[in-house]
Design a protein around this ligand. Structure first.
Ligand code: MD3
Ligand code: FE
Length: 216
């Protein structure tokens, strides 16, 4: 039985401000779940999900792919955005329309007009996978928000401060939830705890997170 995993999570769309500039749009992506999932499959058929290496030589537990003009990569040379997929040498797949519309509409709902992402990072977490506290600062303009979309199993997100030593607050991100991170929240430390085992009707035993960015 895994039903308890989904207890206490909202079913109706709602919007709440987590903190200055961070708005959670519960269930915002729910009615587009099939189209979004199909687009993830389409992207990852040509840009496969892969476990990249950190500059420190560790293999990331989250598997990643990208679409759009630019993709985020990490290897021994560091973290950066680039226009070619290092796995294939080809440009990243184009950003599916359903992705671009979802990101723009969510940003708009949170008060960020005309958001035009040029990069979408696709993260896939399997049970045990996590992401340690970090800041997203490889983008050139921190005035631009980041939009995140969660699909599949719920995962505990940690929202820290502007300094690594501030104690993070835990927020469960569930299937269909969208969060817009802008303004004073844009550079806050964040991460996700290990994914717990479970099964979701759309994604199976994993969670996907899409993050839409304006990288340049
Ligand atoms: C707060 N991803 O890809 S999404 C990442 O669940 C990343 O895959 C996590 O952190 C995930 O970089 C968290 C929520 C998120 C994304 C970007 C943020 C929160 C953020 C940027 C600034 C502040
Ligand atoms: Fe991040």
């Amino acid at each position: 039985m895994t039903a308890d995993l989904f207890d206490d999570l909202p079913v109706q769309p709602s919007s709440e401000t987590i903190d200055d500039g961070a708005v959670v749009l519960r269930q915002f992506a729910k009615e587009r779940e099939n189209a979004v999932m199909a687009a993830i499959q389409w992207v990852t058929e040509s840009a496969p999900l892969r476990h990249m290496q950190t500059p420190g030589g560790h293999t990331m537990s989250v598997a990643m792919s990208c679409c759009g003009e630019l993709g985020w990569v990490t290897d021994a040379r560091g973290y950066r955005y680039q226009s070619a997929d290092p796995c294939t040498g080809k440009p990243w797949p184009s950003m599916p329309d359903v992705f671009e519309r979802l990101a723009r509409e969510a940003a708009d709902a949170a008060g960020y007009r005309d958001f035009c992402p040029d990069a979408c990072l696709i993260n896939r977490y399997e049970p045990g996978a996590k992401m340690g506290l970090h800041q997203d600062k490889n983008e050139s303009d921190f005035e631009q928000p980041i939009v995140s979309v969660s699909l599949g199993l719920p995962q505990v997100f940690q929202f820290g401060g502007l300094k690594r030593n501030e104690r993070p607050v835990n927020i469960t991100l569930a299937h269909g939830d969208v969060v817009v991170w802008g303004g004073p929240s844009r550079l806050r430390y964040h991460g996700v705890l290990r994914l717990k085992t479970g099964s979701h009707p759309l994604t199976g035993a994993c969670r996907y997170n899409l993050t839409f960015r304006r990288a340049r």
